[in-house]
Design a protein around this ligand. Structure first.
Ligand code: CTP
Ligand code: CA
Length: 225
């Protein structure tokens, strides 16, 4: 489908995009984190704004400047990201979860820096599950007709795992990337397959994260009707 540079097909729509990676603190100076840069989420926010949408960007530890014309909410942890998404979702036409959300967080937070003890091995770090934000917003659509999009990073059996994950999460679209040491995380370019709950499969060739973002919005617009 040919489309102009910035056809305003998201005019009058509100979209919520999460970006970056959550950090789960262990003590005041340490955290468990991941390699997500936030670039894909920022590309989604910029392209949605260019297509006329009101955009709420929920940014987790990206260190990037706020994109022009976008409302940015900064968060740190998965629990904070969930609160921000649930707050913005009720009047959103689409929610796109591009953020890498930590599956687990340390069970305890030490209010003082954890210190070494002479001659002793360190204590193990006990983890607990974080809430699954995508599954929650998919199960409990805040608005009729809301389109929910997830991202999945897979290292093996990419498409089969993607299909299973799409069903498990209950979202409308799942963007599946193959990741590895040098693939996707922090890169300028991205390659993906977008799986639809309707059985559709859209391959996005290796290219800039903007191009993948535009394809995601094309698929969202089609579902918004
Ligand atoms: N996600 C989320 N909340 C979580 C974990 C993930 O909302 N606690 C979202 C991510 O933002 C992403 C999608 O779910 O859009 C898929 O994330 P992924 O880590 O691939 O899925 P998981 O269900 O956590 O499965 P895995 O065990 O493979 O990590
Ligand atoms: Ca995960």
């Amino acid at each position: 489908l040919a489309r102009g540079a910035a056809e305003p097909d998201l005019t009058g729509r509100h979209v919520v995009v999460s970006a970056g990676g959550t950090r789960e603190p262990l003590d005041p100076v340490r955290f468990l984190g991941n390699r997500s840069s936030g670039k894909q989420g920022y590309a989604l926010a910029r392209t949605a704004a260019a297509r006329g949408a009101r955009v709420t960007l929920i940014a987790a530890n990206t260190g990037m400047p706020d994109p022009a014309g976008v409302d940015v909410v900064q968060v740190g942890t998965a629990v904070q990201l969930r609160e921000a998404v649930l707050k913005a979702a009720p009047d959103a036409d689409a929610v796109v979860m591009a953020a890498a959300v930590a599956d687990f967080r340390p069970a305890a937070y030490a209010s003082g820096k954890i210190k070494k003890k002479d001659g002793q091995e360190p204590d193990p770090i006990v983890l607990v599950r974080n809430p699954d934000i995508l599954a929650e917003i998919s199960a409990d659509r805040a608005r009729a007709g809301q389109v929910v999009v997830g991202f999945a990073a897979e290292t093996d059996d990419v498409l089969a795992n993607g299909r299973t994950k799409l069903r498990r999460k209950g979202c409308d679209l799942l963007v599946v990337n193959e990741v590895g040491e040098r693939k996707t995380f922090g890169a300028e370019e991205n390659e993906a397959v977008v799986l639809g709950a309707d059985g559709s499969e859209t391959t996005v060739p290796y290219g800039p994260k903007e191009a993948l973002a535009e394809t995601v919005w094309d698929l969202v617009v089609r579902r918004l009707g």
